[in-house]
Design a protein around this ligand. Structure first.
Ligand SMILES: Cc1cc2nc3c(=O)[nH]c(=O)nc-3n(C[C@H](O)[C@H](O)[C@H](O)COP(=O)(O)O)c2cc1C
Ligand code: SF4
Length: 378
């Protein structure tokens, strides 16, 4: 029976356990996307905390694809050297780290890019004021842009890359009938909607070579009217597998999916944990590549059970590792209590003010402790 704390490999890459830090925007890069010593320190903490595989925040492959301020970039060669310091930091601690490559499409931030966001389709007349509908040749250029970014990630020493094709970003928009209502070769049938993602995979694979791990994060469903649903998502999974993907992380929802966003709140019971577990199980049944489940995993017990039940091969977490970067080490040492993350998403809001990502709950607790100490009440 597979166990959580056993070494495995993904496409020849050795991993010390089955826990993954899911891609998490930290808001700690320079304004132009350059990696910083602060990010190095955070990744050192995660590696020391025994995370099997760290996936970087989404890194924008072109300036036009930037989503958030202080986001990591991979759009120019000058970004490679500072990233090399980050990967070295992780490798010195015997860890593994991959870069997530992304373009935010219609969710790019015009204030940062100075350009109207690139949309697959303009969905109503009002949208014409805000968005630029991608021409066929704009989309034709994207695979080369992803491939160049992948080569930079490889030169920077990352152990692999993950294509961000989830959460309503560009590659996810192109798969989604809700966002993509095009009539050229990139729209219409699922084959056409998957064309961009498959072309990106093929270009990236050609650029990085056969032995380099290339993963994808995909939506099992968009949870928006007319969006991607599980049956088509499974077909996309099959296409990715046939195209040579090395593992698939199963997520769901978009930035406009309300309570069914990828980052759900109120995970107050075991039933609410691992909220894409049913979908992951379908992916596992139908595909042979390793599957990673993300979304609301909080208990070691549940991860063990889902592994034993064959629901997923890997367990990916974001917020629990913001709250406790050493959670995996704690579990491995025998302290099996569940993650202390409250899933209130306060960290996500706070990082937007420019302070960089931190656990707001943890900070309040330690401030209260300090003030109680000062008052002599502790
Ligand atoms: C602050 C924050 C930043 C995130 N940034 C990314 C990102 O860059 N790329 C991505 O694919 N998902 C991102 N996510 C989503 C997480 O990877 C994950 O899918 C989601 O938070 C659910 O997992 P969790 O319940 O373990 O937090 C982010 C989540 C949070 C809370
Ligand atoms: S702020 Fe809330 S959601 Fe974010 S890591 Fe802390 S407890 Fe978890």
């Amino acid at each position: 029976m597979p166990i959580l704390f056993e070494p495995t490999t993904i496409h020849h890459l050795p991993l010390k356990n089955r826990f993954v830090r899911s891609a998490t925007w930290e808001g700690m890069a320079e304004e132009d996307g350059t990696c910083t010593p602060r990010l190095e320190r955070l990744y050192a903490q995660l590696a020391d905390g025994q995370v099997g595989l760290i996936i970087s925040s989404h890194a924008y492959v072109t300036q036009e694809g930037q989503a958030t301020p202080w986001q990591l970039g991979l759009y120019k060669d000058e970004l490679v050297e500072p990233l090399r310091r980050l990967t070295t930091t992780v490798h010195d601690r015997n860890g593994a780290v991959m870069a997530q490559l992304a373009h935010a499409g219609c969710f790019t931030n015009q204030k940062l890019t100075g350009k109207p966001p690139l949309a697959l389709s303009i969905l109503d007349a009002k949208g014409e004021k805000w968005y630029r509908e991608a021409s066929t040749s704009d989309l034709d250029e994207l695979p080369a842009q992803f491939a160049r970014a992948a080569t930079r990630a490889q030169r920077a020493g990352f152990d692999g890359i993950q294509l961000h094709a989830a959460h309503g970003y560009l590659l996810s928009q192109s798969l989604s009938p809700a966002f993509n209502q095009r009539s050229d070769r990139y729209g219409g049938s699922l084959q056409n909607r998957a064309r961009l993602l498959l072309a990106v995979l093929s270009a990236v694979r050609q650029a990085v070579g056969r032995d380099y791990p290339v993963l994808a994060k995909v939506n099992c469903a968009d949870f928006v009217d007319g969006g991607l649903e599980i049956d088509e998502a499974l077909q996309v999974g099959r296409m990715l597998q046939d195209g040579g993907i090395d593992a698939i992380e199963v997520s769901g929802g978009t930035l406009v999916s309300g309570a069914l966003s990828p980052i759900r709140q109120n995970i107050t019971s075991e039933e609410k944990e691992g909220y894409f577990r049913q979908a992951a199980s379908r992916f596992k049944e139908e595909l042979s590549v390793p599957i990673m489940l993300v979304g609301g995993i909080r208990s070691l017990y549940l991860a063990e059970k889902l592994l034993a039940d064959g629901v997923s091969d890997y367990f990916s977490m974001a917020r629990p590792l913001i709250r406790e970067p050493d959670l995996i080490k704690r579990w491995q040492a025998g302290d099996r209590r569940k993650s202390t993350c409250l899933s209130d998403n306060l960290c996500n809001q706070a990082a937007r003010t420019g302070e960089g990502l931190y656990c707001v709950v943890e900070k309040k607790l330690s401030e209260n402790k300090t003030s109680s100490k000062a008052k002599g009440t502790l």
